[in-house]
Design a protein around this ligand. Sequence first.
Ligand SMILES: NC(=O)c1ccc[n+]([C@@H]2O[C@H](COP(=O)([O-])OP(=O)(O)OC[C@H]3O[C@@H](n4cnc5c(N)ncnc54)[C@H](OP(=O)(O)O)[C@@H]3O)[C@@H](O)[C@H]2O)c1
Length: 343
Amino acid sequence: MRKPRIAILGATGVVGREITKISEELNIEYESIKFLSSAKSAGSKINFKEQEYVVEEAKPEVFDDVDIVMASAGGSTSKLFAPEIVKRGGMIIDNSSAYRMEKDVPLVIAGVNDEDLKWHSGIVANPNCSTSQLMLVLEPLKKFGIKRLIVSTYQSVSGAGLAAMNELRDDTKARLEGKPFENKCFKKPISFNIIPQIDVFCENGYTKEEMKVVNETRKILHLSDDVKISCTAARVPVFRGHSEAVDIEFEENAGMVTPAEVRSILENAYGVKVIDNPDNFEYPTTRDADGVDPVFVGRIRQNLAFDNGISLWCVADNLRIGAALNTVRICKKVTEMGLYRGA
Ligand SMILES: NC(=O)c1ccc[n+]([C@@H]2O[C@H](COP(=O)([O-])OP(=O)(O)OC[C@H]3O[C@@H](n4cnc5c(N)ncnc54)[C@H](OP(=O)(O)O)[C@@H]3O)[C@@H](O)[C@H]2O)c1
C-alpha cells in the first residue's frame, strides 16, 4: 500500500487556500502533492509544509499520476475534469454542486455518513456549506425521528468566493465615503443590507441554494420524502461564517424531546460545541466560528409552534466545515479506509 498522490484543484481560490492550510494542519498523508488552477494563476507560488510549489494549469494529463483530487474550482471545471480523473483511475472529492445529487455519487460529511464512501466510483461530493454545518447537529438528533425541518440561513459573502468578499469591502468603503458603487457579484448592494436571494430562483419560488439544503439533507441523513423540509437562505454582510435558525419537529412516538436532552446530546456530539447560557448572554455568534472547526450551537429551546419540537441557533465557519475542512477530513477517511487507487 502506498500513500496517495494528491492534487488540490482550485488551489488559488478561497476554498482551495483553506484546503491547503487544513491539509497541513491535519497532516494528511501523501506521496506527492500538486497545486492546480486555471491558466490565470498558473505559475504563482504556494507554500506548503515549508516547501514552495509552483501552481500548475489544470489539464487532463496533469491527473495521470494523481490518486486523490481535492477540488474547489466551480461546477463547470469539475464537470470538465472529473471524467478525466476517473478515466485515469483517480478520484475527486468535489466541493461544487455538479455531482451532489447524482445517484452513484456519495454525498458525505465526515463523521456523519463515512460508510457511504465505500460505494464511491471515483467521485465523492462535498455538501453545500449551509447543509454541512446542519448535518453535524441533526445527525445525533435523528434517533428521535425528524418529522419536519425549517431552516433559515444567514450566509456570509465568502460563500460566494473571493470576488464577493472584495465586493463587500469595496461597497462598504464606498458607502461610508458617500461614493457610488456598482455591485457585480450580488443582485443588490451587500453593504449594510441583507439579500434574500442566494443562487437563482427555481420554478417553485425557492432558490437553488434553498433547494440544496432540502435535497442534500435528505440524501445525507437518508430521510424519506415524508419528512417535510423548508429553507430560506439570505446573504448577510459578514465576511466569514454562516448562521442558521433551525426548527425541528420530532415524531410524536419519540416522547417529548426536551431542550436539556438535546443540550446533553449535542455536548457529546462529534464536531459540535454547545454555548448555551442565555442568562449570562452566552450563545454563539458568527465571530466565534471564524477560523475554527466546531459547529457552535446555542439558544436551544422548546419550539412553540410544534407539539414536539426544538429550536436552536447554529454557527460555523463556512470555509472550514462548510467546505475545506470536510474535504480534507474526507481525504483522510479515504486514505485510512484504503479507498483510493494504489491503497
Ligand atoms: N466559498 C465557500 O464557502 C464554498 C463552500 C462550499 C463550496 N464551495 C464551492 O467551491 C468552489 C470554489 O469556490 P471558491 O469560493 O473557492 O471560488 P474562488 O475563490 O473564485 O476560486 C476558484 C478557484 O478555481 C480555479 N479555477 C477556475 N476555473 C478553473 C479552470 N477552468 N481550471 C482550473 N481551475 C479553475 C481558480 O483558479 P484561478 O486563480 O486561476 O482563477 C481558483 O483557484 C465552487 O464550486 C463553490 O461553489 C464554496
